[in-house]
Design a protein around this ligand. Structure first.
Ligand code: ZN
Length: 297
């Protein structure tokens, strides 16, 4: 037990030393000095662990998200995550499909099997992040299922697909399903500002409770560069209670000019989105500004 703790602390320290995200590799298992008498190397048998911060950490004992009749994965996606995240996605896909027959949620990357740096992402390192494609309608307002993420402009029209429209009803039901999942505490939903506004309007139209709307307004936010999250919602769950001490809630502040040691466990900007100045449960009129965001989609 002690060894396991020490190992975790070591990993935590590694995360804190500020290996840039670009080189943050999953921590290698410790060699034999500690392994022989303990189970420290068998994360999958001891439960999953999200170690470090979303943009500087790794993952142990991850669960693989599998497709179902309500959930498909984008080709080539990395589908490992904390069980809390995997189950929340599965449940949300079922909830949406119950309200809208034959709906299939399209999921992109979660994390690699042992977490760490994932191509094209700033975060997605610790099994708490997932990209979920937006539900799409055709030009007649009929829900359609797609196999690729579809980007929408501020009016809700497909940027590259003229026939595609942002499906307000299903996307709001998705947001609501995620936020009301009491087994997984969804902390952030990164989405572009215009789509966020559409979703909040849809919530009002559907007479969602004031609390629900406030919760959604607080959770949904956009990175500073417009259009970054215009074809998917980036879902991040909070650190599960059981991982307290090893799981770092907020992304590490990025310090420019290679000053790796100065990485702080800050509410700093994560390339996936603006994370500072947010506090759960507080509705925000405007998403906060952020000083860094360069996550590709
Ligand atoms: Zn993402």
């Amino acid at each position: 037990m002690l060894y396991r703790r020490l190992l975790s602390l070591a990993a935590f320290a590694i995360a804190l030393t500020g290996l840039g995200a670009a080189e943050a590799k999953p921590a290698k298992k410790k060699p034999t000095t500690v392994a022989s008498t303990t189970h420290v190397t068998k994360g999958s048998h001891k439960g999953a662990q999200s170690i470090g911060a979303p943009n500087a950490g790794h993952l142990e004992g991850a669960m693989l998200l599998r497709g179902s009749h309500t959930l498909k994965q984008k080709e080539g996606s990395h589908s490992w995550g904390l069980p809390e995240l995997v189950h929340a996605l599965q449940r949300a896909s079922i909830k949406v499909a119950k309200k809208h027959r034959n709906s299939v949620m399209l999921v992109g990357d979660l994390s690699g099997r042992t977490g760490g740096f994932l191509e094209r992402h700033g975060s997605h390192q610790t099994g708490r992040d997932a990209d979920v494609g937006l539900y799409v309608m055709n030009s007649k307002g009929k829900p359609v299922n797609v196999r690729h993420f579809v980007a929408f402009d501020a009016t809700g029209k497909g940027r590259e697909l003229p026939w595609a429209m942002f499906d307000e009803a299903r996307n709001w039901d998705l947001v609501e399903a995620l936020l009301t999942d009491d087994k997984a505490s969804v902390r952030y939903l990164f989405i572009s500002n215009p789509l966020r506004a559409k979703l909040l309007a849809q919530a009002a139209k559907k007479h969602a409770t004031r609390e629900m709307i406030a919760r959604a307004a607080a959770a949904m936010m956009s990175p500073p560069e417009a259009d970054v999250h215009d074809d998917h919602i980036h879902v991040r769950i909070a650190c599960p209670e059981s991982m307290r001490g090893v799981c770092i809630e907020e992304a590490m502040q990025r310090v420019g000019s290679g000053d790796g040691g100065a990485v702080k466990a800050a509410r700093g900007a994560d390339v996936d989105g603006a994370e500072e100045k947010t506090s759960e449960g507080k509705p925000m009129a405007e998403p906060p500004p952020s000083d860094a965001s360069n996550e590709a989609k």
